[in-house]
Design a protein around this ligand. Structure first.
Ligand code: B12
Ligand code: SF4
Ligand code: SF4
Length: 359
């Protein structure tokens, strides 16, 4: 006689969907935990060409970020999940203040929800006697490459992973596990066809070839990276403070065919941050900015980079005849931070140029 009780079975894909649905996860797939050799070669190649600019993330150690077994020894499988972040309707920009746009993926903390759903699944895999670790937007794994292998979608020309029939407004995450799941069947076939809207729609020509982004030109990175923003991109930034959606907003599969797989953003439940009043932001101290926007990726956790972006937005869209706008810019021209002072100088010149065009 033994006292042992059989461990429960590892959850099936159906059970995973059931567990994670309350956290908005709509798609699951399974990939083998073998090395992602194609992505590894691409990361090395793009790094050699300088297309990563100063980005580290998955580029820091391509041999690690393309090998799930470096994160979980003896891993057999990777469970990959997608959570939509396109809302049914877009919140209207506020009518007061000077409003800057935030990339859709950052309106609420979609990654927190994704991780919570994945942790529930991981807990059941562990209860079945396997190791299981959750990774989402983590430097240890190239999320799009593993999602492609798991059959969740194809690589669009805008470099995003597109889910068939729904598009790319999904965040991706994984569970690397020792559980020996059968991999999902063949990868999704390319659905872009002859379309090139994203290449034409990128405001800075950052998509240098289908599926290839030049980091130094991509506004999403330009707004995140430390240091002065190259002058050539400042007008193109327009009213963006964080993130850029243009190459997805023009995508017929993601938007123009109708919004599918949308997420409910209930202001009663979520603190929806689709817009930022940049005049207000420029009056806040570091601690308050960090409290409001600290979940964003801000280089070195230095809030000055958000102020820098705010000054560009002011130059591009604020009313050049508004006295409070002018006095904020004036104050920043005298700022002890030379980068902020220079961006304020630029904002002033841009406001002058726009005022002159008005007359
Ligand atoms: C670094 C990074 C960035 C960088 C660089 C982006 C990039 N394209 O490399 C910056 C800061 C610019 C960025 C921007 C954005 N990001 Co980002 N980012 C990452 C991160 C941390 C690593 C990505 C990476 O390894 N890139 C390296 C290169 C080699 O990979 P890749 O661009 O995906 O390249 C693939 C394709 O090019 C494809 N490919 C290769 N050859 C060819 C040839 C053809 C013809 C085609 C079609 C494809 C193709 O294979 C490559 C390897 O898999 C991941 C999270 C993670 N841990 O993976 C999130 C991630 C990729 N980002 C994400 C998001 C949401 C965004 C933004 C939409 C945010 C925003 N609104 O501003 C933009 C989109 C910009 C864009 N068009 O790619 C999501 C994407 C979800 C999805 N459905 O694809 C991810 C997966 C985060 C997550 N877990 O949800 N990001
Ligand atoms: S995120 Fe914006 S800047 Fe980057 S590739 Fe897409 S459209 Fe271009
Ligand atoms: S805009 Fe067109 S080419 Fe670009 S990702 Fe969408 S379908 Fe593909």
């Amino acid at each position: 006689m033994t006292n042992s009780t059989a461990a429960p079975a590892a959850p099936t894909l159906e059970r995973m969907e059931e567990l994670a649905a309350p956290h908005g996860i709509t798609h699951f797939g399974i990939a083998s935990a073998e090395i992602l050799s194609d992505a590894r070669a691409i990361l090395h190649e793009r790094k050699a060409l300088g297309l990563n600019d100063e980005m580290q993330f998955t580029y820091r150690n391509p041999d690690r970020s393309t090998d799930p077994r470096r994160s979980v020894a003896d891993a057999q499988s990777v469970v990959v999940a997608a959570r939509p972040y396109l809302s049914e309707t877009d919140p209207k920009p506020p009518t007061v203040g000077v409003s800057a746009r935030v990339g859709r993926y950052a309106w609420v903390d979609h990654y927190a929800e994704l991780r919570q759903g994945l942790r529930l699944v991981a807990a059941e895999i562990e209860a079945a006697g396997h190791r299981a670790l959750v990774f989402a937007d983590d430097n240890s794994l190239v999320d799009r490459a593993i999602a492609y292998r798991a059959g969740l979608g194809w690589f669009g020309k805008n470099a995003n992973l597109l889910v068939p029939g729904s598009g790319s407004f999904f965040v991706l995450g994984s569970i690397i596990t020792t559980a020996p799941y059968a991999p999902s069947t063949s990868p999704a076939s390319d659905g872009c066809g002859t379309c090139v809207r994203c290449l034409d729609g990128c405001p800075t020509a950052a998509i240098v070839a289908p599926g290839v982004i030049d980091g130094a030109r991509c506004l999403s990175w330009v707004l995140q990276k430390p240091g002065p923003i190259p002058v050539e991109f400042r007008v193109a930034i327009h009213d963006r403070i964080y993130g850029c959606d243009d190459c997805q907003d023009v995508c017929p599969i993601s938007v123009r065919l109708g919004r599918r797989n949308t997420v409910q953003l209930d202001p009663a439940v979520h603190d929806v941050q689709s817009h930022v009043d940049v005049m207000e932001l420029l009056d806040l101290d570091d601690a308050t900015i960090a409290e409001r926007y600290g979940r964003w990726w801000i280089a070195g956790r230095e809030m000055r980079w958000l102020r820098r972006n705010a000054l560009i937005v002011i130059g591009n869209v604020a009313d050049p005849h508004d006295r409070s706008v002018r006095s904020t810019v004036e104050r920043y021209r005298a700022d002890g931070d030379p980068i902020l002072a220079e961006h304020a100088e630029w904002a002033q010149a841009r406001l002058d140029e726009r005022a002159a065009a008005d007359t």
